[in-house]
Design a protein around this ligand. Structure first.
Ligand code: SAM
Length: 299
């Protein structure tokens, strides 16, 4: 039977990516080889003498050629892990970022603080469920809402987006993660289709926040492949906060909070927008690289 040794095939794949100017070629090829050949990384390392048929080798080379053009790994494999859950990703959705997990951590911590305070206040009193309802503005793959629902089994929530194609992906992810009975997704331009009087305990959002003038500084994987409507906002990346910040308070329960992601240079501006919108308390948290990234807000 004709074919190529796995070791040689992996080497050739790494060489193609290296020549194209990629940095993490080992990791990229490891993931693509697992995806196309079904060979786990440990076997890729130990079974280099395994013969791969030319037919199967072509599957890996086709994926490598896509990566060569800087298509994101997540769009080639069609998935990305976030908060230890697997999310379907397409060219219509932002690939979930590890930094956005900071948002989930901050929400969990805040709920824990509330629970501890409630216990101290009066252990016997019935405190009710918190959070009961969660809203995710600009839900994309649904990663923020669905990760929170996976942590709060008594909660339900709504994810909105202007992109119908993104909403289809979010619905798929809801079903795939067996959370669709608690997660609704619908089209809305920020609060436009959210009825007055709909109240939420937690409102999360990772809106578009990159300024258009920064486009050329972005890596090719991002600027050439991720949806523009998920990345960029006018007014130096602040337009969307200005559009929806004023309506957060009307849709939060009395002890509810909002939690927003922003660009690493935007903390002061975002704080000002929130204060102007009536926020009483704004706490800023850092991401995995130590940059200001998250605002937790009470009105
Ligand atoms: C930065 S992405 C975040 C996606 C996802 N929440 C995440 O964290 O990976 C921003 C999302 O906001 C959506 N979006 C942009 N403008 C919007 C608007 N006016 N109303 C609702 N959603 C909007 C985009 O389609 C995109 O899915």
């Amino acid at each position: 039977m004709g074919g190529i040794l796995l070791h040689d095939l992996l080497e050739k794949s790494r060489e193609v990516l290296k020549q194209a100017g990629h940095d993490n070629v080992r990791l990229d090829v490891r993931i693509l080889a697992e995806f196309t050949l079904g060979i786990p990384p440990i076997d890729q390392a130990l079974e280099g003498n395994m013969k791969i048929s030319f037919e199967r080798a072509d599957l890996l080379m086709a994926a490598v050629m896509r990566r060569k053009e800087f298509e994101p790994i997540s769009q080639i494999t069609g998935e990305k892990e976030f908060w230890s859950l697997s999310f379907k990703v397409t060219k219509d959705t932002l690939t979930p970022r590890p930094d956005s997990e900071t948002l989930i951590e901050a929400a969990l911590r805040e709920v824990q603080i509330k629970e501890d305070a409630a216990k101290e206040e009066d252990a016997a009193e019935e405190k009710g469920i918190f959070p009961k309802r969660i809203l995710d503005l600009g839900t994309g793959t649904g990663c923020l809402l669905l990760s929170l629902l996976s942590e709060f089994p008594l909660a339900s929530g709504l994810g909105i987006d202007v992109s119908q194609k993104a909403l289809e992906v979010a619905k798929f992810n809801g079903r795939n993660l067996k959370l669709s009975d608690r997660a609704e997704f619908k089209k809305s331009d920020w609060f436009e289709n959210i009825p007055q009087g709909d109240l939420y305990d937690i409102i999360v959002s990772n809106p578009p926040y990159i300024a258009y003038c920064e486009k050329n500084d972005l890596p090719r994987d991002v600027k050439d492949y991720e949806p523009e409507g998920a990345l960029f906002a006018k007014e130096e990346g602040l337009k969307d906060y200005k559009l929806f910040a004023g309506e957060l308070a009307q849709h939060l329960t009395s002890n509810g909070f909002a939690i927003l992601e922003f660009g690493y240079k935007q903390a002061a501006d975002v704080k000002n927008i929130l204060k102007y919108s009536g926020a009483k308390k704004v706490n800023v948290f850092k991401d995995l690289s130590g940059n200001d990234r998250i605002a937790l807000i009470y009105f």
